[in-house]
Design a protein around this ligand. Structure first.
Ligand code: NCD
Ligand code: ZN
Length: 343
């Protein structure tokens, strides 16, 4: 079996910085034509000038001859400059702002402390048609970690869309049936990215015979009925749902620790992992829309033109990959995959 598809784009990706870019950029550039690169560095990528600099460092790490194109998201803070929104709209490499509620996830300390703090920026984004990418989790730690996405919809997302009804929102890495239904049924311009790991695993994966830190990410994996609803949404052909890996590398010693970092690394085999998920419900024919068309249409950029091929061919994922001077443990380390992306 071999499936031809237009080269996929990754609409939610963490690459990190410095020497770490060598392996992360190579993995993503081997698979994807473009990626929307998340700005949660330390310090975060807040301004257009900072995003331009980060993009240059990513381009410098690109393998020779590769045409991978990084697109940038700016980190929204309480102090972001509303006057810069028009320039973001004009730029050909910055596509969106990313809202991290302060404290919600990795490197989110500089995030937004209350949505009302960024109303001025959101008004400009609505006016200029610049999308808001949202890490949709409530940060009130009295709320159960498995309920934080649902509570975010009710407490923050619905009121924000009521106030800014024309704002384009991408609900990033959705993990629940509630989020999938909200996106599907919203009267607003709302879309969602879905990761491969949330399509393949439920929360049991974190606890198989012991604690499995490489399955821990945020938002955390949920119950089986949520996974099934996400797979339904991704394979439904609804153009509001598209590919975003949320591949999030962390050095092995920071994951295998008494307080391990959140993030699953999937960039080494992202398209193969999505193919496995789509094939599990006999919907491989729906992969191309999800992986290669709906995201570019939503962001209003050109559709891909090159093709890649997915062969049905078993290969083994290495136990580790280099990650600057450290190493990362990829998802499915040491295990076999059924598909191989070529071209
Ligand atoms: C991401 C990271 O490590 O940057 N971690 C994760 O678990 N997904 C941040 C994020 O997207 O939440
Ligand atoms: Zn992410």
């Amino acid at each position: 079996m071999s499936l031809r598809l237009l080269r996929p784009d990754d609409w939610h990706l963490h690459l990190r910085d410095g020497a770490k870019l060598t392996s992360t950029v190579a993995h993503t550039a081997n698979q994807f034509g473009r990626a929307l690169v998340m700005p949660n560095l330390k310090p975060p990528v807040i301004t257009l000038a900072q995003a331009a600099g980060y993009r240059e460092r990513i381009l410098a790490a690109r393998p020779a001859g590769n045409r991978f194109e990084p697109l940038m998201a700016l980190y929204l803070t309480d102090n972001s400059d509303a006057k810069e929104v028009a320039a973001v709209k004009q730029s050909d490499f910055a596509l969106a702002y990313k809202l991290y509620p302060a404290g919600a996830t990795t490197n989110s300390d500089a995030g937004v402390t209350g949505i009302e703090k960024v109303y001025g920026v959101l008004a400009e984004m609505e006016k200029h048609g610049v999308p808001l990418c949202v890490h949709g989790e409530e940060t009130d730690h009295h709320v159960d970690i498995f309920d934080r996405e649902k509570v975010f919809i009710d407490r923050t997302l619905i009121p924000t869309l009521k106030r800014f009804p024309g704002l384009k929102v991408v609900f990033e890495h959705i993990t629940t049936k509630d989020a999938a239904e909200f996106v599907r049924d919203s009267e607003h311009q709302v879309a969602a990215t879905i990761t491969a790991h949330h399509l393949l695993y439920n929360r049991n994966a974190i606890f198989q015979g012991g604690i499995r830190p490489h399955y821990y990410c945020l938002p955390v994996l949920k119950r089986e009925h949520h996974r099934a609803a996400l797979l339904d949404a991704a394979t439904s052909g609804n153009a509001r749902f598209f590919l975003g890996t949320d591949s999030a590398p962390h050095a092995v010693h920071t994951k295998e620790a008494s307080c391990g970092c959140a993030g699953c690394y999937t960039a080494h085999a992202a398209v193969e992992l999505y193919a496995e998920a789509f094939a599990s419900v006999g919907k491989l024919d729906r992969l191309e829309g999800f992986s290669s068309l709906f995201g570019s249409d939503w962001y209003g950029v050109a559709r891909p033109t090159e093709y890649v091929h997915l062969h049905q061919e078993e290969w083994q994922v290495p136990a580790r990959y280099a990650f600057g001077s450290d190493e990362i443990v990829p998802l499915r380390a040491g295990e076999a995959l059924r598909y191989k992306l070529v071209g």
